[in-house]
Design a protein around this ligand. Structure first.
Ligand SMILES: [Zn+2]
Length: 208
């Protein structure tokens, strides 16, 4: 986590100098605020300031455990829109076993009772690991409660998820890193396209 957050923020900071005076607002659709960051170098105030300084105006937030996401959401920052997702991990090794673990399904149910989550994920799920009854239950739970799934998966697992329930909505993350010079790349695109990628698509998907 520490490495990942640093990489993301470094990438955004790196291109700061070449950006025009008014940088595009960005929705970060892949943010983990795990315990190593939250209780380490990035307490809540620090991380919110980093978002503001880099004009991150929205985040799809999830964390291991879910305390970090709750802290971000419950802070209700006026200028950072937090879209909270339930992460099905309590500790790091859950990444390799959550799909076969009734305790994790119970975690999803209890977190969901908080009433504000908009999705489940990001989770890692590959190939036939998606065939378990607990994944099927998770997919059906998401459909029943109008939640997105944020899946870091191969196409085999995505096919199985859709076979469990064709009504499921998936945010598919195949790449777990944000390129450096992201703002440079956006700046080279037509303004309307850049704005869609930067934040309008997120508004369409997640703004209630
Ligand atoms: Zn991730």
């Amino acid at each position: 986590m520490k490495t990942r957050l640093a990489a993301v923020l470094w990438g955004l900071t790196f291109s700061w100098g070449v950006q025009a005076a008014e940088p595009l607002p960005l929705f970060d659709a892949h943010l983990h605020y795990n315990v190593e960051a939250a209780q380490g170098p990035y307490p809540l105030d620090t991380v919110l300031k980093l978002f503001r300084d880099n004009r991150i105006t929205g985040i799809l937030a999830n964390s291991r455990p879910n305390d970090g996401t709750r802290a971000l959401y419950e802070a209700k920052p006026k200028d950072v829109w937090v879209v909270p997702f339930i992460r099905p991990y309590i500790v790091q090794p859950d990444r390799y076993s959550w799909f076969n673990d009734p305790k994790i399904y119970a975690l999803i149910e209890s977190e969901h009772k908080r009433g504000y989550y908009q999705g489940i994920g990001e989770f890692h799920l590959f190939g036939n690991d998606a065939k378990t009854e607990w994944v099927k239950k998770t997919v059906d739970f998401a459909v029943a409660h109008h939640l997105y799934l944020h899946a870091h998966s191969d196409d085999a697992a995505v096919d199985i998820i859709f076979a469990h329930n064709p009504k499921v909505k998936i945010v598919w993350s195949q790449y777990a890193s944000i390129m450096n010079g992201y703002r440079d790349w956006l700046a080279a695109l037509p303004k309307d396209v850049a704005e869609m990628i930067a934040w309008r698509n997120a508004e369409c998907l997640f703004r209630k």
